[in-house]
Write a protein that binds this ligand. Structure first.
Ligand code: WT7
Length: 629
């Protein structure tokens, strides 16, 4: 499975495109299947219908445990580093993790959770989060992890959409110096979630909770007297492994559906190759398991490869800005993966926080989640990697399940701000607005993918038509990524950013409509328009133009009230950085909000507002510009 040179990559890539079925069946043969497939791939992008390893049965956890235990039983699977550096860390060997997963899996069965049931996991970055995810996979329950920074409203939307039977949470969490009472949020969310039969609570902080008899269960009671072996449920290759909600250009987040066989093969293959993991390496991805990066590259990809995966509960700047580098030093981390926003925030603290630590163990540095700017790239390369570690810039999406365009290991060419080349099996194309493939190099276009890879999303939960409309209808016959990209004279790709109404704030995705819906819930507000604009640390930030019922007398108080509403509707992670109160929004005669103009204003580029004469009321623009500057 391992590619070891750039020359070999080029050969393997050609083969993978010329004969994808042979290519992927060779890779898949390295795994334990309970029954082999009848057909490697069947697909059409019209419905869409994509089936990998049809007819095969498998359990992803058998490929983590049963496959790896004979050789690696005493190797650390997870090293958990707590938020508070004074607290003791936790290590779990493959054997210990397996027993905990089985025990909890048996506990889930004992309360009636079975194959196909949806389980919502709303936990801090503690080992129990990984245990809960794997226990679901063990028994074939579908996990839906919700990042523990989302509000009660967002949580209840996701629980309702998936009709989850069970919620797994904790009393509370510590993130940096902050504390959050998760159980209170869950209680609030569950007021309108009739599908939920039980809530399991892990005592993370030994807080008192409002404990509801016949509904709430303590984690420790669920696992009490449970056997530490649980047989793996036999899953169809195309059975759902998990749902993960993500934002798009429409108001409501979508439940992206990933299935068992293809996701397993793809995350394992891409992890091994991109990070060139060797058996004694320590690998650390700083993401939260609430996002796809944590699913694919903290849990599944690394553990399928019998890797040691570091899991960190805290934040980069607590207790101070040296924390990441202290952890790298403490565990002698060899492969390190983080987001550009974290790098930019740490860069701002200066090099003193880096100098005291020994970072010589590092071999490969990864970046993911948003385009990396040249300055952050060089800082990462020179100050963290001391000029010796290649940077692999991983472009992919919740929907793609795994890395798509990237550098590989230490041998592919590096070019700051360019993600790199497509991985084997991935056929990116750049399209014109007229849906023509651009063949030349040194061009820009809409980034689409021409053929399926094993971890492509299969559906959006409960609404397949939405999946078709969002990803397969704009450009007939292609998977549409929503990103614009550039291809250089050597065929290397650079991702420019979203071309739809999606904003990427610190690597987190929000739809403008989603934030507008939240703002419009405020009783002062008539309507609003939200755009993204460049932010030095977050990448992009949120700018809200708001029209209120009456003249706002005190803009400070009104802003505060709107921020509270967004916190309640989505969570603090979606707060606008700027709110501008205006008397009207620029609209076309047909009533469409002209976001392009608002985006220019938010960017401060008022010299290039373009033609405003076709607007319903061009004077609105003059007023907004006057207020904004
Ligand atoms: C969007 C997907 C991939 C896991 C984390 C985010 C942007 C992601 C890169 C990168 C430039 C990137 C794209 C993409 N993006 N990685 N290396 N370079 N842009 O997953 O929340 O599904 O967001 O993030 O715009 O479409 P996500």
């Amino acid at each position: 499975m391992r590619i070891t040179s750039f020359e070999q990559y080029k050969e393997v890539y050609q083969e993978s495109i010329a004969n994808p079925e042979n290519f992927w069946s060779d890779i898949a043969s390295h795994f334990i299947w309970k029954k082999k497939w009848d057909k490697v791939l069947e697909w059409n992008f019209d419905e869409p219908k994509i089936e990998w390893f049809k007819g095969a049965t498998v359990n992803i956890t058998e490929n983590i445990f049963e496959k790896n235990l004979p050789q690696y039983e005493n190797k650390n699977a997870i090293i958990w580093e707590p938020n508070d550096p004074k607290q003791k860390n936790i290590t779990l060997t493959y054997k210990e993790l397996f027993e905990k997963v089985c025990q909890f899996a048996n506990g889930l069965k004992s309360i009636g959770i079975k194959k196909g049931d949806r389980v919502c996991i709303y936990l801090p970055m503690i080992p129990e989060l990984a245990i809960a995810v794997l226990a679901c996979a063990r028994i074939g329950a579908i996990h839906s992890v919700v990042f523990a920074g989302f509000s009660a409203n967002s949580l209840s939307d996701r629980i309702q959409d998936a009709e989850a039977k069970l919620v797994i949470t904790a009393d509370g969490l510590n993130r940096g110096a902050k504390e959050v009472s998760l159980k209170t949020i869950v209680d609030e969310a569950l007021k309108i979630c009739p599908s939920v039969k039980y809530t399991i609570i892990f005592p993370c902080l030994a807080w008192e909770v409002n404990f509801k008899e016949n509904h709430d269960l303590w984690w420790n009671d669920v696992i009490k007297n449970q056997n530490n072996y649980c047989p793996a449920e036999e899953m169809d290759s195309e059975d759902i492994l998990f749902i993960l909600y993500t934002s798009g250009s429409t108001g409501k987040p979508k439940g992206v559906v990933h299935t068992c066989g293809g996701y397993m093969v793809y995350t394992a293959y891409t992890f091994l190759n991109v990070y060139q993991y060797e058996k004694d390496d320590i690998y650390w991805c700083t993401a939260d398991i609430g996002w796809i990066t944590g699913h694919s590259y903290i849990i599944y990809g690394p553990l399928l490869n019998a890797a040691t995966s570091v899991m960190f509960e805290g934040v980069p700047t607590f207790p101070d800005a040296s924390r990441f580098w202290q952890i790298v030093d403490k565990y002698k981390v060899n492969q390190f993966l983080t987001a550009p926003t974290a790098l930019r925030s740490l860069m701002a603290y200066g090099e003193d926080y880096v100098k005291k630590q020994d970072l010589s163990s590092l071999k490969i540095l990864g970046t993911v989640g948003e385009p990396i700017n040249a300055e952050a790239w060089h800082w990462y390369h020179d100050v963290i990697g001391k000029g010796k570690c290649p940077i692999v810039d991983n472009w992919w999406q919740t929907e793609t399940g795994g890395i798509m365009i990237t550098g590989i290991g230490s041998f592919s060419p590096l070019k700051p701000t360019f993600a790199g080349y497509p991985l084997p099996g991935i056929e990116p194309v750049l399209l014109t607005p007229e849906v023509k493939e651009i063949q030349e190099h040194d061009v820009e276009g809409y980034l689409c993918i021409k053929s399926p890879w094993p971890a492509i999303l299969r559906s959006t939960y409960g609404d397949h038509e939405r999946c078709r409309l969002t990803y397969f209808s704009h450009y007939n016959g292609y998977y549409f990524t929503g990103d614009g990209a550039k291809r250089d004279e050597n065929g290397m790709y650079r991702i420019i950013g979203r071309i739809d109404d999606v904003i990427n704030v610190s690597g987190h995705r929000f739809g403008t409509a989603e934030i507008e819906n939240a703002i419009n819930e405020n009783e002062l507000v008539i309507e609003s328009a939200v755009v993204g604009y460049p932010h030095p640390i977050k990448g992009q930030s949120i700018y809200a133009f708001v029209v209120c019922e009456h003249d706002v007398l005190d803009e400070f108080i009104a802003s505060k009230s709107i921020l509270e509403t967004v916190t309640k509707e989505i969570g603090k992670i979606a707060l606008p950085e700027k709110i501008l109160f205006v008397s009207a929004l620029p609209k076309t005669r047909s009533g469409k909000i002209m976001r392009r103009i608002l985006r220019k204003i938010a960017e401060g580029d008022i010299a290039n507002l373009g033609d405003t004469s076709t607007l319903l009321d061009p004077a609105v623009v003059t007023e907004i510009v006057g207020k904004a500057f």
